[in-house]
Design a protein. Structure first.
Length: 525
């Protein structure tokens, strides 16, 4: 706990009891994550025999006594600590429903999030509670009896694999949170003290508590972009306290950060449906409590955060824009790439039924402007680290463009698009585009004229009667419009200079210019 930016000093009995409980809790977490190994060791050491069972009971009793003594010591120490007792008094006042000074009181402290008062619940908005949500469900296939039985076995094993260790591998933040707690506390302190951040507790549809941080810049003349809210969806090891929120904040936006279920103060586990419920309540909170209209909200997803960002975009199609950074099209190719080839059927079944992160399938249902940031030296979402042609961001772009412009991105132009995607050098790309006589202004005008005559509905019918050369020129124009390269690795912070909200076709400029920042080429950084 911190009080007014100063570390809370606990008494010796409190510190001893707290350290013992933390050690026991961490040991239990690690034993769950490594349960297959632990069970094997216990079996080899005969702990499943009557004699071994008695020994396990004795250990359990000793552990219970130790924990009880630790709880008593901690309680006794806190009861004699005047700072802690003053905090408890203020917490009780702040937790009184609708207390006018609750936020001001709580902002002075950092404490266990389970005791934080609830600010907003999913069920509070009747119209949204009744609204049906869209989900991309795995497609079932017709199988023979033998294949069906084998598939069922893989599904059961996949369930165990996903819940025992799969989710920890996919979202390591569920494990590392126990080791970086001081950094998370420090990150929240910076938000509150330097950016006037407000921490909120939201309750999702499944009952999970979602830990969020909001920085409001709407009333500040220093931030001309503050009337737009960027909702940040972190990666699999990211937390809003130490994550990607820095980029939109430096770009002058209002920002909303939230932690995955099971990360920091958020409860639950980051399985797909819990992730979707979490971003759902975050967007509802932004719309109905923070009073940002959908047209002033940008969804920004980094890496695996592209899954929740694309799901929210699919279900809230009126939002301003979607910006995805170092994101993949689907998690399956990446999972198959790092697991043994002999595990293929198990990996497919596990991902298909339990960890189906279908970013591309969700993104194509969003009708608004999209920009993809690709790291040219990405070592995480590239099947071969650092090899640009294996970057799964390429496949995400292809899926998006093929859906939106099916008569342009077809079998005749797809090889050209793939050829463009392996070129990261700005000069080389310009030469490549000049060779194909790409006129960006003319291409933009063609799309605008089509929209004026028809509509902005996707898929578009534009390009039906075009020559191969015309489609090739438009293909390169569209790729350039939807993807921005940044010459760095997966975890590098995206520069604020590149954080430009894309505009829909028909606007005078491809990107909004950010006040105080220069529009630059990634190669110039």
């Amino acid at each position: 706990m911190r009080t007014d930016g100063v570390d809370y000093i606990s008494s010796q009995p409190e510190k001893l009891g707290d350290n013992i409980l933390k050690m026991v809790n961490l040991s239990l977490k690690l034993s769950i994550y490594t349960s297959p190994i632990v069970v094997c060791i216990l079996y080899w050491r005969d702990y499943f025999t009557p004699e071994g069972g008695h020994a396990l009971i004795r250990y359990t009793i000793l552990c219970t006594i130790l924990c009880t003594a630790a709880i008593v010591a901690r309680a006794a120490g806190r009861s004699k600590n005047s700072v802690y007792m003053a905090f408890m008094d203020e917490l009780q006042i702040a937790r009184t429903r609708n207390h006018p000074q609750a936020r001001e009181i709580l902002s002075k402290y950092d404490f266990d999030f389970s005791f934080w008062p609830v600010e907003f619940q999913w069920k509070e908005i009747d119209s949204d509670e009744k609204k049906s949500r869209k989900y991309i469900e795995p497609q079932s296939q017709h199988e023979s009896f033998v294949d069906s039985a084998r598939s069922m076995a893989d599904r059961v094993i996949g369930y165990l694999a996903a819940h025992i260790f799969g989710i920890r591998i996919l979202y390591p933040g569920t494990v590392i949170k126990h080791f970086i707690e001081p950094h998370l506390v420090e990150g929240r302190r910076r938000f509150v003290e330097y950016h006037q951040g407000q921490r909120f507790k939201l309750i999702a549809q499944d009952g999970n508590s979602i830990d969020t941080m909001f920085v409001d810049r709407r009333d500040s003349s220093e931030y001309p972009n503050g009337d737009m809210l960027v909702i940040c969806c972190e990666g699999n090891g990211g937390f809003y306290e130490v994550g990607m929120t820095t980029t939109p904040m430096e770009a002058g936006y209002s920002v909303m950060g939230w932690n995955h279920p099971g990360f920091a103060g958020s409860t639950g586990d980051p399985y797909p449906r819990q992730e979707q419920n979490a971003i759902d309540v975050v967007v509802q909170f932004a719309l109905h409590r923070l009073n940002f209209p959908a047209e002033r909200i940008i969804l920004y997803g980094w890496s695996i955060g592209g899954f929740t960002a694309s799901w929210a975009a699919m279900n809230y199609p009126n939002i301003r824009a979607v910006m995805l950074d170092a994101t993949f099209d689907h998690v399956l190719p990446l999972a198959l790439n790092v697991m043994p080839a002999s595990w293929k059927s198990l990996v497919v079944a596990t991902v298909h039924h339990h960890l189906n992160l279908a970013v591309a399938e969700q993104l194509v249902h969003y009708p608004g402007p999209v920009v993809l940031f690709r790291r040219t030296r990405d070592e995480v979402i590239a099947l071969e680290p650092g090899e640009l042609e294996t970057n799964r961001g390429n496949d995400l772009l292809v899926a998006l463009l093929q859906h939106r412009y099916p008569h342009i991105i077809d079998s005749t132009t797809l090889p050209l698009l793939r050829d463009w995607l392996i070129r990261s050098d700005v000069v080389e790309r310009n030469i490549f585009e000049r060779r194909h006589q790409v006129d960006h202004a003319a291409c933009n005008q063609l799309v605008d004229e089509h929209i004026e005559t028809h509509s902005t509905t996707y898929p578009m019918s534009i390009g039906q009667d075009w020559t191969v050369d015309q489609k090739s020129q438009m293909t390169l124009f569209l790729a350039n419009r939807h993807m921005v390269d940044y010459d760095d690795t997966h975890c590098a912070q995206l520069p604020a200079q590149l954080f430009r909200c894309p505009r829909q076709f028909g606007a005078d400029s491809e990107f909004e210019e950010l006040s105080g920042f220069v529009k630059i080429d990634p190669g110039e950084l």
